[in-house]
Design a protein around this ligand. Structure first.
Ligand code: FES
Length: 573
C-alpha cells in the first residue's frame, strides 16, 4: 500500500490505483467530468488536474497512477485556475438558457461554475446552433448543451454495447451524433436512458409526457387511471431529499389521488400476472412447446436489443407483454367492463423507472381496436416534477392503500424491480406448477445481488433448472454469444436492460448517492419478506382474474390481451 502526501497530509493509496481513487478514499474532493466509475479512464476533460511535485505539468488525477512518496497539491492556485479556465471555455459555447433547461438545478456544469466562482462569461466563444433531436419516443438530444465529456458514448458503447452515438467531426467541429446524423429514432438506440443518467448537462433528457398527462387530468370526459411500477416506491423519496431505499408506497398512492387520478393500481399486480403466464410458458417449453432457453420480455430496451442485434434469438423471447402493457390491457378491458366505462374514455398512465417504457407504449403491436394499452408514461423524475408543479409534498401525505382489485400484489411481484426478481418469482411459481408444492424456502439467494451475471441451478421436480440472470446489455451480449455458440445447459434467462435492474433504470433519480442502488434493492427484498402472500399464484386478485375473466394462463383471451410478438430490425429502423 503506497503512502503519498496530499496537501501536507499522509494518505494511504491502493497499489496500482489512480490518484483520484486515493483522493476519494481519503475524502478529498477533486471535480471530474469525463470520469466514469467502473470504466477505464480517458483523461479527456482535464478537470481533475492536480499538481504533483516534480511533474512539469498538471496531471489528470483520474488517469495518473500513484507511486510511493508522491507529493500532491489538489487545490494549488495553478490547479484551481486551470479548472476554472476549463469551465469558462465550456461556458463560452453554452446556451444561456439555464432557467428553461430540464436539468436546471441538477446540472454538473452549473455546480462547477458555482464551486469555481465563475460569475461572468469571460471568454465569448462562437456559439454552435444545432437542431434538437426530438425524433425518439423516449429521449431528446440537445447538441447545443453537449460539453463533449463522452460519458453518454461510453454508457451506450461500453456498458450497453449498443453504440448508437459516437464522436463525429474534428477539432471545434466535434459533436456527439448518430450514424449519418440521422434521428435517434432510426438509430440502433434501445431507449434505455443510461446516457441520460450520466449526462452532466441538459444535452440528453427524457421525452416528457408531463404536459399531456396534466391536460388529461383536467379533462372531464376522461377517466385517468394510473399504475405504479415496483421500483418507484423505493426510489421516489430521494427526489424529495430522503435517504435511498425508503419505501413510500402508501404516501405515493395518496399523492397520485391528490393529483387527480381516479384509480391507483400497482404494476406489481401485473408482474404477478406475468409470472403466471411466463412460468406456464416455461413449463410448456420444457415439455417441448418451443425453443429453450426461454428469455424474459419485461424490459423493452432488451427486446429492441434482441430485435436489432440477435434477431435469430427472437423465438427464444417469451411472448408475454411487460407488466406495464399487461396492466394497461387489463385496465382497458376488464376494469372498463366492470365499471361500465367506454375504454376510449380511459386515460391510462404508468409511472415507470424507465425511458424505454415510453417507446414500448407506442409500439404498433400494443394497439388493440385502435386503442393503445397505455396512453402516457412518466418516469420517476417526471412524477416528482408533477408533484412539485402542483405544490404537493410527499412528506405531507398520510399513507393510503392502492385501489382494488389491481392494487393487490404478492412479494414476488414487488421484487421484479431488482435484477433477479423475475427469476426468483418465476421459480417460486414454476416449482408449484410442476410439483403442486411450494418451495421449502422461497428465497432464491444465488439470483440476488448486484452482480451483472448470476447463474444458478434449481431443482424443480425431476428437473435441475439452469437459470442465468443478467443486467446491463454488455453482460447480455456475452451470454447471448455463449448461447449462439451452442451452450445448452440454461433453460431460463432473465435480462434487465439497466445494470442492477429497474431500480437503476434510465428514468430514476440522476446523481444518486453511492450505495443508493443497493439500498433500493434491499428495500424490495425487505418488502417481499414482510408480505403474507409471496407467490404470484397465491395472489387472490390474480386468481379471481383467471377465474372470472381470463380462464387460465395461456388461454385464448390471455394470448389476446397479455401476449405480443416481435420483429427483426435493422439498426436503422
Ligand atoms: Fe479526469 Fe476528465 S475527469 S480528465
Amino acid at each position: 500500500m503506497p503512502m503519498i502526501e496530499v496537501n501536507g497530509r499522509q494518505v494511504t493509496a491502493r497499489e496500482g490505483g489512480t490518484l483520484l481513487d486515493a483522493l476519494r478514499r481519503a475524502g478529498i474532493q477533486v471535480p471530474t467530468l469525463c470520469h466514469y466509475e467502473g470504466l477505464p479512464p480517458t483523461g479527456s476533460c482535464r478537470l481533475c488536474v492536480v499538481e504533483v511535485e516534480g511533474a512539469p505539468n498538471l496531471v489528470p488525477s483520474c488517469s495518473f497512477p500513484v507511486s510511493e512518496g508522491m507529493r500532491v497539491q489538489t487545490h494549488s492556485p495553478r490547479a484551481v485556475r486551470a479548472r476554472k479556465t476549463i469551465v469558462e471555455l465550456l461556458l463560452s459555447n453554452h446556451p444561456d438558457d439555464c432557467l428553461y433547461c430540464a436539468q436546471h438545478g441538477n446540472c454538473r456544469l452549473q455546480d462547477l461554475s458555482e464551486d469555481l466562482g465563475v460569475r461572468q462569461r469571460r471568454l465569448p466563444g462562437s456559439r454552435t446552433r444545432l437542431p434538437r433531436d426530438i425524433s425518439s419516443p423516449a429521449i431528446v438530444r440537445d447538441p447545443d448543451k453537449c460539453i463533449l465529456c463522452g460519458r453518454c458514448i461510453r454508457a451506450c458503447a461500453e456498458v450497453q454495447t449498443v453504440a448508437a452515438i459516437d464522436f463525429t467531426g474534428r477539432g471545434s467541429g466535434t459533436r456527439v451524433d448518430t450514424a449519418f446524423g440521422e434521428g435517434l429514432n432510426i438509430s440502433s438506440c434501445i431507449n434505455c436512458g443510461q446516457c441520460v443518467m450520466v449526462c452532466p448537462t441538459g444535452a440528453l433528457t427524457e421525452r416528457s409526457h408531463l404536459d399531456q398527462v396534466e391536460s388529461a387530468l383536467q379533462d372531464p370526459d376522461l377517466v385517468p387511471v394510473v399504475q405504479v411500477a415496483p421500483a418507484i416506491s423505493v426510489s421516489l423519496a430521494e427526489l424529495f431529499g430522503e435517504k435511498p431505499g425508503r419505501d413510500v408506497e402508501g404516501a405515493l398512492n395518496a399523492l397520485l389521488r391528490r393529483l387527480g387520478f381516479a384509480r391507483v393500481f400497482d404494476t406489481s399486480f401485473s408482474a404477478d400476472l406475468t409470472v403466471m403466464e411466463e412460468a406456464s410458458e416455461l413449463v410448456a417449453r420444457l415439455q417441448g412447446a418451443g425453443p429453450l432457453p426461454l428469455m424474459t420480455s419485461c424490459s423493452p430496451g432488451w427486446i429492441k436489443f434482441v430485435e436489432t442485434f440477435y434477431p435469430d434469438l427472437i423465438p427464444n423471447l417469451s411472448t408475454c407483454k411487460s407488466p406495464q402493457q399487461m396492466l394497461g390491457a387489463i385496465i382497458k378491458s376488464r376494469f372498463a367492463g366492470i365499471q361500465g366505462i367506454d375504454p376510449a374514455r380511459i386515460y391510462s398512465v404508468s409511472i415507470m423507472p424507465c425511458t424505454a417504457k415510453k417507446f414500448e407504449a407506442g409500439r404498433s403491436e400494443m394497439l388493440r381496436g385502435g386503442l393503445v394499452d397505455v396512453d402516457a408514461v412518466l418516469t420517476t423524475r417526471e412524477l416528482a416534477e408533477l408533484v412539485r408543479r402542483r405544490g404537493l409534498k410527499l412528506g405531507d401525505q398520510a399513507p393510503e392503500p392502492a385501489d382494488m382489485p389491481f392494487g393487490r400484489r404478492s412479494g414476488a411481484g414487488k421484487i421484479f424491480g431488482a435484477s433477479g426478481g423475475v427469476t426468483e418469482a418465476a421459480i417460486r411459481t414454476a416449482h408449484f406448477l410442476v410439483t403442486g408444492r411450494e418451495l421449502e424456502d422461497l428465497t432464491v439467494e444465488p439470483v440476488r445481488g448486484p452482480e451483472g451475471i448470476k447463474r444458478a441451478r434449481v431443482q424443480v421436480g425431476e428437473l435441475e433448472l439452469g437459470v442465468a440472470v443478467v443486467s446491463g446489455l454488455g453482460n447480455a451480449r456475452r451470454l447471448l454469444d455463449e448461447i449462439r455458440e451452442g451452450r445448452r445447459d440454461i433453460h431460463f434467462v432473465e435480462v434487465m436492460t439497466c445494470p442492477g435492474g429497474c431500480i437503476n433504470g434510465g428514468g430514476q433519480p440522476i446523481g444518486t448517492r453511492p450505495g443508493a442502488i443497493t439500498a433500493r434493492m434491499r428495500a424490495l427484498y425487505r418488502i417481499d419478506k414482510g408480505e403474507t402472500v409471496r407467490t404470484a399464484h397465491a395472489n387472490p386478485a390474480v386468481r379471481s382474474l383467471y377465474a372470472d375473466f381470463l380462464g387460465e394462463p395461456l388461454s385464448g383471451l390471455s394470448h389476446e390481451l397479455l401476449h405480443t410478438h416481435y420483429e427483426a430490425r435493422t439498426p436503422l429502423r
